[in-house]
Design a protein around this ligand. Structure first.
Ligand code: GLA
Length: 393
């Protein structure tokens, strides 16, 4: 699609022209799952699928939002003086929350706007379409109102919308990857200190394949919050014998030494995942930097097993996909990515084998669950930004 089509449909909806377009990507996570709210490390990257926002400032204080992905909900309207969460506003609560918190942080947003969103992230796939709409709103507000906002603050505002406005107790990984992504690179982020480094993903003979289970992540919010609470409780138990602020501070050995103070076996398993996954993530970066791709892949596989058996967030669809992927020629590693409970998995596959890989995994998956998966070759792209008007989206 050419961006001109987005401008054309903006004109049809709002009866006036717009000439600025903003973009925020989705993300995949290579390794480091359910570690970000446990003070651990994550290793995500931005992808080239994402959310576009075509926007124009208004003279009054009205905000009108429209999404080409949710045409049935029509234009959502509210006033700059009425920025409370409203269940009737559905998806529009994400941009609304961003406007509210940026205003509250003292940024001058004193006139309304017309905005049209369009996203090509598969819906419900767990590739962070919500963080994408938060961050595209952030860069759009920055652009329309000439705001100077530190990028990390924008990332944190996105997380605040998720946590406080929407009510999902997520960590900072998604907004960070989407706000800070860089073409061709993964980001190793320490979620405790927010120190980060870019790691080139120069895979040369391999591709990263995204496998969408097409099982929507329903109920994900409540199960997600439950895992978080279980980890917090395990941490409290550990704090009776060690002086730690988060599970991310423990080595495997320290965990093994103290784990019995967590008397509930379920909570002990959750904490084990958080500790071991964090260490795997650090190790994974080292393997990548030393060109030891197969070892990186082995860690991806271990990550999936831990998410399946100890953290219990995979489910039969993601397990079927990943287990089928493990058995294919040319596969270096495969695991679920994101929150789990449906959504996507990823696999690193030798380029020459990609076609056969997709064919075989596709068939096996359908045999196992009764419907199809969808496959994409991941392209690692840049973080949220204003786009050139000539861009092909
Ligand atoms: C979701 C959350 C992230 C992170 C992942 C699991 O994507 O938004 O903060 O916790 O799940 O790693």
């Amino acid at each position: 699609m050419h961006v001109q089509q987005l401008f054309n449909s903006f004109k049809e909806i709002f009866n006036c022209g717009a000439d600025r377009v903003f973009f925020a990507p989705g993300r995949i996570n290579l390794i480091g799952e359910h570690t970000d709210y446990n003070g651990g490390h994550v290793f995500p990257c931005a992808i080239t699928f994402g959310t576009y926002a075509v926007a124009k400032r208004r003279e009054d204080r009205l905000v009108r939002l429209y999404s080409l992905n949710f045409k049935q909900t029509g234009v959502m309207e509210f006033d700059l003086d009425g920025l409370d969460y409203d269940p009737g506003h559905d998806w529009a609560n994400y941009p609304k929350g961003m406007i509210r918190y940026l205003k509250e942080a003292g940024h001058s947003i004193e006139s309304g706007m017309d905005v049209q969103f369009y996203g090509n992230i598969p819906n419900g796939a767990g590739l962070s379409s919500s963080a994408s709409i938060e961050l595209v709103t952030g860069v759009m507000l920055q652009g329309l109102f000439n705001l100077s906002i530190d990028r990390i603050d924008l990332v944190k505002t996105g997380q605040k919308v998720e946590n406080e406005f929407i009510g999902v107790n997520s960590g900072i990984m998604d907004q960070f990857a989407i706000g800070m992504g860089k073409r061709g690179a993964g980001i190793l982020l320490d979620t405790n200190s927010l120190r980060y480094e870019y790691a080139p993903l120069d895979l040369e003979h391999h591709s990263i394949i995204i496998m969408n289970s097409n099982k929507r992540r329903e109920l994900a919010g409540s199960k997600y919050n439950e895992r978080r609470t279980e980890c917090e409780s395990a941490l409290q138990s550990l704090q009776s014998v060690t002086d730690i602020g988060s599970l991310g501070e423990l080595t495997e050995e320290e965990f093994e030494l103290h784990k019995d103070v967590i008397t509930d076996p379920i909570k002990q398993k959750r904490a084990k995942h958080a500790v071991y996954e964090n260490r795997r993530t650090l190790q994974a970066l080292r393997y990548l930097q030393n060109d030891q791709l197969q070892k990186f892949g082995d860690l991806m596989n271990q990550s999936h097993i831990s998410l399946r058996d100890d953290y219990e967030v995979t489910g039969k669809e993601l397990d079927a996909l990943v287990e089928a992927a493990w058995n294919q020629p040319g596969v270096v590693g495969a695991r679920m990515t994101g929150a789990g409970f449906g959504g996507c998995a990823i696999a690193i596959v030798e380029r020459e084998q990609v076609e056969g890989f997709i064919e075989n995994v596709s068939r096996k998956y359908e045999e196992a669950v009764g419907y199809e998966a969808t496959f994409y070759v991941a392209d690692i792209g840049n973080g949220a930004t204003e786009l050139d008007k000539e861009v092909i989206v």
